[in-house]
Design a protein around this ligand. Sequence first.
Ligand SMILES: [Zn+2]
Length: 135
Amino acid sequence: MDTKTHPAAKTDEDWKRELSPEQYRILRQCGTEPAGSSPLNYEKRKGEYVCAGCGMPLYDSSAKYESGSGWPSFFKPKDSAVEIRSDKSHGMVRDEVLCASCGGHLGHVFPDGPRPTGLRYCMNGGALKFMPDEK
Ligand SMILES: [Zn+2]
């Protein structure tokens, strides 16, 4: 991971202790969960998607859509919630999406999303937690 300071950054030991092995693999080691594996693919309720690492609100349910990719997809993050970094791993150039608060790896963003942004934030469900609206 990068060395930029994030407000909710923690030591690697703390992350290992606090996160599940799968969350740690995704958030801290830029892992990717298998397509179709996250229950959040089927989440349709209203609410907020927050970072599984630090609890930062990242996406509103109104920005979620069914992309058919097998990963939870959003066309827009909340303001200042994520950072984009160029990722040249696996022989591809992709835009990596990080939590702006803890620097955790969330997924990638692709320019094939729906209106109004035209972007597809392709997220690992294991990097997110869903908080349904209390109503
Ligand atoms: Zn975070």
